[in-house]
Design a protein around this ligand. Structure first.
Ligand code: MG
Ligand code: MG
Ligand code: MG
Length: 308
């Protein structure tokens, strides 16, 4: 068993999950916890790679599972379905998150969640509260994750706390969220080298609630047509996943980061929930969701409401 305390975000990690692990490792070390170690539970996407390249930073080490009794810190997630394999047998010391809570532990732990746009906004506050210095690299990582999770402060998940953090992080990093953040988001929309299977797995989350098992995947794009001209291939990849994982339904959302809309593909036996949840017609397995960009705030809740 590793003597390190492993820090990681969710599977199919996004920029918040990768950078929050790095920022939390630095935080723990500054508080004297030298054995803190950031790792990741999946591939680095192109958006995150853009940030790491800018900083000349290596991605954290990849892990597939954790050993029994491994001490861990979770960032940017709490649900077991989105966590590393064998998490049930690990010892969770801390959770720092900004998602709906679907978590129980039969022991005491540090659990911090806030209804803000990004885990890094919570970490920003923790740095402040503990007088830990936010240097230029840490500020850049924080700013990048907030830009990613809030689509450059345009998502309805954005809060005043996120905006306040960004103001200060822009100063420290010397970056403008509107320039750097948009370039970063654009880098993430390049799916030219990916297979349809890889595209649906860039940012796919598994949920098991109301006796249903389903996935909501999301990909950012600056051009919906470029995605939907390949709809048949995506449907094939989604259907294979539905079979393999025995899912009740699957929602794949392509989010237009320029116009702040999402066009979805919904498949599976319970795919009809989408029509009820959003009150929109589903045509050829697709539906346009105007002004919808947030899985957490705008896609998941109406689906859960209509599963009951
Ligand atoms: Mg995330
Ligand atoms: Mg996040
Ligand atoms: Mg996200």
């Amino acid at each position: 068993m590793s003597k390190n305390v492993l820090i990681f975000g969710h599977k199919n990690p996004d920029t918040d999950s990768i950078t929050s692990a790095i920022v939390m490792e630095n935080f723990e070390k500054k508080l004297g916890h030298e054995n803190a170690k950031a790792v990741r539970t999946g591939n680095v996407n192109k958006e995150t790679q853009y940030v790491l390249n800018y900083l000349g930073m290596e991605a954290p080490e990849l892990i597939d599972d954790v050993e029994d009794g491994q001490e861990v810190i979770l960032v940017d997630h709490n649900e077991a379905t989105q966590c590393v394999n064998n998490i049930a047998n690990a010892k969770i010391l801390k959770v720092v998150d900004h998602h709906t809570m679907n978590f129980v532990a039969p022991y005491q732990l540090y659990y911090r969640t806030e209804p803000v746009g990004c885990t890094q906004t919570v970490l920003f506050k923790m740095y402040k509260e503990n007088d830990v210095e936010i240097d230029k690299n840490i500020a850049t990582l924080m700013l990048s994750a907030i830009a990613s999770d809030t689509l450059v402060l345009r998502s309805p998940t954005t809060t005043d706390d996120d905006r306040k953090a960004v103001k200060e992080l822009e100063k420290i990093s010397g970056l403008s969220i509107n320039d750097f953040g948009v370039d970063m988001l654009k880098a993430g929309t390049d799916i030219s080298e990916y297979t349809p299977e890889q595209v649906i797995n860039i940012d796919s989350k598994l949920f098991e609630q109301s006796n249903k098992k389903f996935r909501i995947a999301q990909v950012n794009t600056a051009d919906l047509d470029s995605i939907f001209k390949n709809q048949a291939y995506f449907e094939q990849a989604i259907n294979e996943d539905i079979q393999k994982e025995n899912l009740d339904f699957y929602v794949f959302a392509a989010t237009d980061i320029i116009n702040s809309n999402s066009k979805i593909i919904s498949l599976g036996n319970d795919a009809g929930v989408v029509e009820k949840a959003f009150g929109v017609p589903v045509d050829n397995h697709t539906a346009m969701l105007e002004n919808v960009v947030s899985r957490k705030k705008q896609i998941l809740p109406p689906i859960l409401d209509n599963l009951k």
